[in-house]
Design a protein around this ligand. Structure first.
Ligand SMILES: [Fe+2]
Length: 380
């Protein structure tokens, strides 16, 4: 060890306190002389006085004589080790009783070392140095462990809170998104006097159809890619493009002329454009991605004769194929200024007739299985 390191080490030791307990005044003096240059030393003439002093001072080490009047060292160490306040103070026996049996008894009572009297002052110093150093390292490790545990607890608490905050924030964003969406959907519907309640009904019908697909294991892999909750929310925007269609067409009570129908058909592309405009101002959103699919593909037909793109078969995204069935079914069973509502059975028959031409044949089979549930779900 370099002399500078020794100095630093000694400086640390000076902050350590050693208590020497012995009824022999000469021994007390010799031991104090050997240690006082490097340690704060308390000399105590009896074990009873040691306990009095311990109430005010806790040393880093106790050198304890064994053969003393009133209370001997063995009894004193038992009391020390029984008390949680003093049990961690290392004790070295300092005694003239030096048979191996004495030594063994002393160590078995919890002493960390055993120094025989008479002792060489330098040897006493070295032994005390060694135990104080070990003690300091033990405390340092203990402190580091406590600090680490405290940091870990703090980190766990922080993580827990962070997760809670993120969950709350996400919940609020989803609530807000849902409220805005509902408002937009209501707005679209309020402009179109002919289709009251269409959005809410198609949403419920779609839910029944999707549940039927799940029960029958239809398009299972594809459906797993979708968040069903978001899918059902976003389907409300399938006709959002109608917001850009003129009132004269939207509210016409007679059937549309071919030209007017061409104009009306634009709502699919307009819907995509509106959603793209919303999406350009937000970060990635599955919700808007689904909404765009619904808006742009719900009028495509399985045989490729639909609009706006004439896409056919499984090239039409699954949500669009589903919405095509749900949308037509609802239009059939709903009253329009120019037509009476079809009875449920008649509407089902028309959908079944469109299997493989207008509609995805696999989905029509599911529709057939669950169609009985529709009137109940559509009761306002
Ligand atoms: Fe539409």
């Amino acid at each position: 060890m370099s002399s500078e390191m020794e100095k630093a080490d000694d400086a640390d030791k000076k902050y350590s306190t050693v208590m020497i307990v012995d009824d022999n005044v000469v021994n007390l003096k010799v031991a104090k002389n050997a240690l006082s240059e490097f340690y704060d030393v308390f000399t105590v003439p009896s074990a009873v006085k040691m306990f009095n002093l311990l109430e005010r001072n806790k040393p880093e080490l106790i050198l304890l004589d064994i053969d003393m009047p009133e209370m001997d060292g063995h009894e004193a160490i038992r009391i020390l080790k029984d008390n949680p306040d003093t049990s961690d103070i290392p004790v070295i026996f300092l005694t003239g009783m030096s048979s191996p049996e004495d030594e063994l008894e002393g160590l078995s009572l919890g002493a960390i070392d055993y120094i025989s009297k008479p002792f060489m002052p330098q040897l006493l110093r070295k032994r005390v140095d060694l135990h104080i150093t070990v003690e300091m390292q033990k405390r340092l490790l203990g402190d580091q462990k406590k600090t680490l545990e405290a940091q870990r607890t703090e980190l766990e608490y922080f993580n827990e809170n962070l997760q809670k905050m993120v969950d709350e924030k996400t919940g609020r964003v989803l609530e807000l998104q849902s409220a805005i969406l509902k408002t937009v959907a209501d707005l679209v519907e309020s402009r179109d006097n002919t289709t009251g309640g269409h959005i809410a009904r198609t949403q419920r019908t779609l839910k029944v159809l999707i549940e039927g697909m799940d029960t029958l294991d239809i398009y299972k892999d594809q459906m797993h890619e979708f968040d069903i909750g978001l899918l059902l929310e976003s389907c409300q925007l399938h006709d959002v493009g109608k917001i850009a269609i003129s009132d004269s067409i939207l509210n016409k009570t007679a059937r549309l002329t071919p030209e007017e129908f061409e104009e009306m058909k634009k709502h699919a592309v307009l819907g995509v454009q509106i959603i793209e405009r919303i999406a350009s101002g937000t970060s990635d959103s599955d919700f808007l991605k689904y909404a765009k699919i619904f808006a742009g593909t719900h009028h495509e037909k399985w045989d490729g004769t639909g609009y706006p793109n004439g896409t056919a078969g499984e090239d039409i995204p699954l949500p669009g194929r589903l919405m095509a069935i749900v949308d037509v079914y609802d239009a059939l069973v709903s009253e329009r200024p120019y037509k009476k509502p079809y009875p449920h059975e008649e509407a089902v028959r028309i959908i079944l007739d469109g299997k493989g031409t207008h509609f995805d044949p696999v989905l029509v089979d599911v529709f057939k299985q669950v169609a009985d549930q529709f009137p109940a779900t559509n009761r306002e």
